[in-house]
Unconditional design. Sequence first.
Length: 258
Amino acid sequence: MMTDHARRHPRTEMIWQQLGVELTRLAEVTGGRSLDVVDLGGGSGTFAVPLAELGHRVTVVDPSPNALATLERRAADAGVAEAVRGVQADAAGLLTVIDGDSADLVLCHGVLEVVDEPRTALADVATCLRRGGACSVVAAQRHAAVIAKALAGHFADARRLIDDAHGRWGLSDPLPRRFDEIGLATLMDDAGLDVVEVHGVRVLTDLVAGSVVEDPGEAAALAELEAAAVREPAFRAVAAALHVLARRGDDGTRTVPG
Ligand SMILES: C[S@@+](CC[C@H](N)C(=O)[O-])C[C@H]1O[C@@H](n2cnc3c(N)ncnc32)[C@H](O)[C@@H]1O
């Protein structure tokens, strides 16, 4: 059973909802068997463990030993240790630890912003997928960062975010890059992934003080507000992140453009 926290936290609720639709489709095409899931950069298992609780086998590929130790504890606490495997590797080594054509679902959440080569990472994700398999990508969006910086009164940073080719606000920006919808969809297409859905996530939740989001009484109301905002396409461009669901292209022409 999915943990309440994972499902109800306003910052991830909409991602779970979209993922749920894809899990239902995958259950139909696989006859309801346990899915083989790879969570690239899956960290401490905030998605991996709830997916294992749903009955799937999840391999988390992440370079951080600390995150993997937390993953192991979290999986054990949830009683799904046997269904969750942590592998220490980064995106560049994905195909050395995961076989091609072996995954029904690959998650790549909050990772494309930090990997050395996002194009190669996505092409390798596509290679891991079985025919009909899906991938779920969440990536930070530049426009939202502009708004957040402006609201905080950091106008020069906001301006640099608009002008910088990689969507960074300066040398001390911890993120190497941010995306917009066209750029992200093009990257995925180039990797041989057919985009089927794009949603904005955290349209409003990131603009609200953390203490409000953590308050259980307010969290439900905020989640409802967020769900309404996400349904309005106009809000998508200013969401903190984009959630893209894609499926493996079946024409066998996956290549990594230079
Ligand atoms: C923002 S966290 C996201 C964690 C998780 N995917 C989630 O959505 O909760 C980014 C994760 O990417 C991992 N990471 C950093 N560099 C990476 C790389 N080159 N390849 C794969 N994962 C990486 C980090 O260790 C961290 O666990």
